[in-house]
Write a new protein. Structure first.
Length: 327
């Protein structure tokens, strides 16, 4: 194994052109970690935000973008017993996925599900970790409940629709085109709402209100989400594409016993992420192995074309996940 690797770095914050190819030393594996030879890396909104200078990595993380990858384990840190050199895995990363090698805690790795390619497996960790924690742990979604997910055609959205549907919830989704709405319904949404010409508030209120809303828009969606909730409903916020501030009548929250919460994945402790991985392996990976849920892939780009992948994501024309081919 070479001591140097190719990687994509962010020299200065900016547009997609800020992503440039560089040479870096191969990371040295630490106790409790594995070193992965990366096959594919997933592209996510936080990568875009980091490139723009709006999402700094944690102090002990790589400055390279990339929060998920698939590949082969090539080195084990002290104390790692659950994996062996040569194992094929997908993994949640603290950063550094846009590179030929990346290190991550061994407990944040999961096996490649049956029937999935390496490219598809690279799409799993960030979305499935996020959806499982926010929709089922924090959001307490149950069978028969009404669930609304905004951005239904995104990687998060397509994952949330599938998991909620297979768990027996009634799924509603918003998206911005007829094509995207059709994809949401194909994945299990009983009603996809084109937000450009329909009002999700009125549609959900006519159904009795949403028991749970998963939102990544924020801004003026926040008070609209509150109006769309059923009594005792929950709003879970995971991003703020429309801004983090809104004016809200909290009397509605009190009178209707609403819960407003949210989370981000990257700053959580290694132990917390390991717990999520255990839950996914027990409860979700069997669904992936059986083909009951899966991956919606939009496009694949070479590592050297990471800037094109980011431009594709920022166009908002994609449906599902974008990946970088590294190996």
């Amino acid at each position: 194994m070479s001591e140097q690797m190719q990687a994509i770095e962010i020299k200065t914050p900016g547009g997609p052109e800020a992503l440039t190819m560089t040479q870096r030393p191969v990371p040295q594996v630490r106790p409790g970690e594995v070193l992965i030879r990366v096959a594919y890396a997933g592209v996510n909104r936080p990568d875009v935000m980091q490139r723009q200078g709006n999402y700094a990595p944690p102090p002990d993380a790589s400055d390279l973008p990339g929060l998920e990858a698939s590949g082969e384990i090539v080195a084990l840190g002290d104390g790692v017993t659950q994996w062996a050199i040569g194992d094929k895995v997908c993994a949640l990363l603290p950063g550094g996925g846009y590179a030929e090698y990346v290190r991550t805690p061994a407990a944040h790795c999961l096996p490649i599900p049956e029937g999935l390619s390496m490219a598809e497996a690279a799409c799993l960790p960030e979305n499935y970790f996020t959806v499982w924690t926010n929709v089922f742990m924090r959001g307490a979604l149950e069978a028969g409940k009404r669930f609304l997910v905004h951005g239904g055609s995104s990687g998060i959205g397509t994952t949330a629709i599938q998991l909620a549907h297979v768990m027996g919830a009634r799924v509603f989704a918003t998206a911005g085109s007829a094509e995207k709405c059709a994809k949401c319904e194909e994945l299990g949404a009983e009603r996809a709402i084109n937000y450009r010409d329909e009002d999700f508030v009125e549609i959900l209120k006519a159904e009795g209100g949403a028991n749970l809303i998963l939102d990544m828009v924020g801004g003026d969606y926040i008070p609209r989400n509150v109006r769309a909730l059923a009594d005792d409903g929950r709003l879970v916020q995971i991003a703020f594409l429309g801004g983090p501030k809104a004016e809200l009548n909290f009397a509605q929250v009190m009178v209707r016993r609403l819960t407003i919460t949210g989370s981000t994945l990257r700053p959580q402790s290694d132990l917390a992420k390991a717990g999520i991985a255990e839950a996914l392996r027990a409860k979700v990976w069997p669904l992936l192995d059986a083909g009951r849920v899966g991956v919606v892939m939009d496009s694949e780009f070479a590592l050297a074309d990471a800037s094109k992948a980011h431009a594709r994501m920022e166009s908002s024309e994609h449906i599902g996940k974008i990946v970088l081919k590294v190996a």
